[in-house]
Write a protein that binds this ligand. Structure first.
Ligand code: SAM
Ligand code: SF4
Length: 454
């Protein structure tokens, strides 16, 4: 049964009113996780606030911002490659400001400035005020820059879209042996619940209908604040915001995936039947060496409880293949676990040693060709499982939140996060539409709209 939403007193808007365009342009380049996308949205909206407009061309930008990721060597190589590629532009147009933020930067500013002297500013994502050093117009803003919401877009740039990411907790208190994140993002810091709810109300007032709450360990929300407000309290508060029809949160750590959180997911009407719960490996010895703090059975039990409470729930997970010392048998345990549980989405990575982490001291002893074979095996498994599952949905009627139009087709997602395409001549952006599924593929569904949108 859908519960009615309670209404809130309108709160004061945190954002200042937008200035006129000042003729200057910014170019934003982002790689990495959703947290980086959220931080980039904040930089972009702040620059727009003081009159800058976005451009797709680095050549015509007055400010270039690169938001970096170093979770794997391949990501770090992309960032350093991009930085090298901008040496020529900076020589030709020295007046262009080049800024770098993201996980590459934290605690590394000095070394980076020596290595890349053409960069004007390396700023830590948690030290947003640094932007003022190269964007003088930001002094015109009354607000403390770090207090600006992530998703405010000035009126002049149009609606912010249908879905929005809202960070709720920064950093991570775990120390998984392979992971560089705690060294770059620091300890867990939960944002005050009132700030988060105000930000959600603000995006809802601009037409956003789906919010995804973000954190490296999102379900640790509140644990660093003497339990003043925990994730379940926050889910209830956001569920009650008028206009928010769908609520998601990622990424959860299995250790903190309590029955209370799963119960709240099942009870709150806006919380979608979708869980993002990284397992990383299906063998207990590998999990122990990864310092993941749970066992294979514990992870399975969390999924089982979620399915007991929400039989239609879809499951996404993260897996690393080729961790140091991972034997064929141990890899097979991961493969079998994913096959048994039937995850809808596996975010798959080949192990990449990160200097400074514990596992980087161990031999990276699974050869590349073997990592690639394991990677391919899980990709094929995923394709088979998704083909079978999606095929069984032909004829089903699913609720789709319509996000974009591309090549004459509307695209949106189900509550379980499956992509759906359909044709309809009406303007359906931001509408909830029932779609009857007519064709399926492993990665998306195709259908026909079946009702009046809401
Ligand atoms: N906090 C989440 C968790 O508990 O799993 C994940 C956040 S992590 C930044 C995102 C993903 O990157 C991880 O789930 C892991 O699969 C992958 N990852 C992190 N370090 C890695 C490494 N050294 N090599 C390969 N993949 C890595
Ligand atoms: Fe990295 Fe582990 Fe923290 Fe996730 S929980 S961010 S994998 S250290």
């Amino acid at each position: 049964m859908m519960l009615a939403k309670t209404s809130h007193e309108p709160r004061p808007q945190a954002s200042p009113s937008p200035l006129e365009a000042n003729g200057k342009r910014f170019f934003m380049w982002t790689i990495g996780c959703q947290m980086n996308e959220a931080d980039s949205a904040k930089v972009a909206s702040t620059l727009q606030e003081v009159g800058y407009r976005p451009t797709h061309s680095e050549e015509e930008a007055d400010v270039i911002v690169l938001n970096s990721c170093v979770v794997r060597q391949a990501a770090e190589d992309k960032v350093t490659g991009k930085l090298q590629a901008l040496v020529g532009l900076k020589r030709r147009r020295p007046e262009t400001s080049l800024l770098v933020t993201g996980c590459l930067v934290t605690n590394q500013q000095e070394q980076l400035s020596q290595r890349f002297p053409h960069v004007d500013l390396f700023f830590d994502p948690s030290d947003f005020d640094q932007l003022q050093r190269v964007v003088p117009e930001l002094a015109d803003l009354d607000d403390d820059l770090s207090q600006l919401p992530h998703y405010y877009l000035p009126e002049s740039s149009g609606a912010p879209g249908v879905t929005a990411y809202v960070p709720i907790i920064y950093g991570c208190n775990f120390l998984c042996s392979y992971c560089i994140v705690p060294y770059r993002r620091g300890k867990e810091r939960s944002r005050p619940i009132s700030d988060i709810v105000r930000e959600v109300e603000e995006v809802a007032s601009k037409g956003v209908r789906e919010v995804t709450l973000l954190g490296q360990t999102v379900n640790a929300y509140g644990r660093d604040t003497d339990g003043r407000a925990m994730l379940t309290d926050l889910l209830r508060a956001v569920d009650a915001v008028p206009g928010i029809d769908r609520l998601r949160f990622l990424t959860s750590h299995p250790k903190h995936m309590s029955n209370e959180i799963i119960d709240a997911m099942a009870e709150l009407p806006s919380v979608c039947e979708h869980i993002n719960l990284p397992v990383q490996a299906g063998d207990d010895d590998v999990l122990r060496r990864m310092r993941r703090t749970y066992t294979r059975d514990y992870w399975k039990d969390r999924i089982a409880y979620a399915r007991e409470r929400m039989p239609n729930i879809t499951v996404a997970t993260d897996v690393i293949v080729g961790f140091p010392g991972e034997t064929d048998r141990q890899f097979q345990a991961t493969y079998d676990l994913l096959s048994d549980v039937g995850c809808e989405k596996v975010h798959l990575a080949m192990y990449s040693p990160r200097p400074g982490t514990l596992s980087a001291r161990w031999a990276d002893d699974v050869p590349l060709h073997e990592k690639q074979r394991r990677h391919q095996a899980i990709e094929s498994l995923q394709e088979r499982l998704c083909t079978e599952r999606n095929a069984s949905r032909r004829g089903e009627r699913v609720q789709v939140l319509v996000e974009t139009m591309a090549k004459g087709r509307w695209t949106g997602r189900t509550r379980g996060n499956t992509l759906v395409h359909f044709e309809d001549s009406r303007d359906l952006k931001g509408k909830l539409v029932d779609v009857e599924i007519t064709h399926t593929s492993p990665w998306f569904l195709i259908g026909a709209s079946a009702n009046q949108p809401s």
